[in-house]
Design a protein around this ligand. Structure first.
Ligand code: ZN
Length: 245
């Protein structure tokens, strides 16, 4: 009887704990004309729409520890360490208690000759207040076969030195990686895995399955790239997911 009872729960528990996560990928919030840049006002509206649809903003650590379930979860990731994160930080991220996943390539951070880069102080504040640090290459190079054949040492630096530098400068050891330019290759995947990262993210559209072990390839997790023009489609996916529940 007890055995049957345990078996019953073993069978229903995974189903209960299963969930879906939509990882959004942003870049900058400067109010510039380029498609990759989302104006602070537009970002504010987008996060309100996500909230109004009933989605929960989740933290990377909770996702990695399989503490997130349910169908309506959103993780905000922001690539490249652009200083315009400051423009949405208090106004939107703090307001919705969004703890972003920041994919950083350390080469530009705090460089006075790179005017669009975050400062150490800014990044330290975000991390102190709950943001998660992810690696995104060292110089933000293409991690494909061409790059590997041209400069193997440089290729490996993107994967290993990005993490080690971020850890020594900011005291957080990245467990996740995002392919620079979203360019995936088997070579990069195998090396990222060998380096000891737990997961890596592409910009191939699709939901991440929870718990994370349900995904076919933990080093090819999907994200939704948000640009001025793509938001409409991303929102439609989020709306459809709510309707089809
Ligand atoms: Zn990037």
């Amino acid at each position: 009887m007890i055995r049957a009872f345990v078996l019953f729960f073993a069978l229903i528990t995974p189903a209960y704990a299963e969930g879906t996560l939509y990882v959004l990928c942003y870049h900058s919030f400067q109010g510039r004309k380029t498609d990759y840049d989302v104006a602070p006002e537009a970002f504010e509206k987008q996060m309100q729409q996500v909230h109004d649809l009933g989605y929960r903003f989740v933290r990377t650590e909770d996702v990695l520890a399989d503490r997130v379930n349910g169908a309506k979860n959103v993780l905000v990731s922001i690539d490249d360490g652009n200083k315009s994160v400051e423009a949405i930080y208090d106004r939107v991220l703090k307001k919705h208690d969004i703890k972003p996943l920041l994919f950083i390539y350390p080469n530009i951070i705090n460089r006075s000759n790179v005017p669009y880069a975050m400062t150490n102080d800014q990044l330290n504040r975000y991390l102190r207040e709950g943001a998660t640090l992810g690696a995104h290459g060292y110089y933000h190079l293409f991690l494909n076969e061409k790059q590997y054949n041209k400069d193997k040492k440089g290729f490996l630096k993107e994967i290993y030195d990005s993490r080690d530098t971020l850890e020594s400068r900011f005291g957080h050891r990245p467990e996740v990686f995002a392919y620079p330019f979203g360019v995936f290759s088997d070579l990069a995947r195998d090396e990222i895995k060998k380096a000891g990262y737990k997961y890596s993210f592409t910009i191939v559209q699709g939901p991440v399955l929870l718990p994370l072990a349900r995904n076919a390839d933990p080093f090819k997790l999907p994200r939704f790239l948000v640009t001025k023009t793509s938001w409409k489609n991303v929102l439609a996916v989020l709306e459809r997911a709510v309707r089809n529940r």
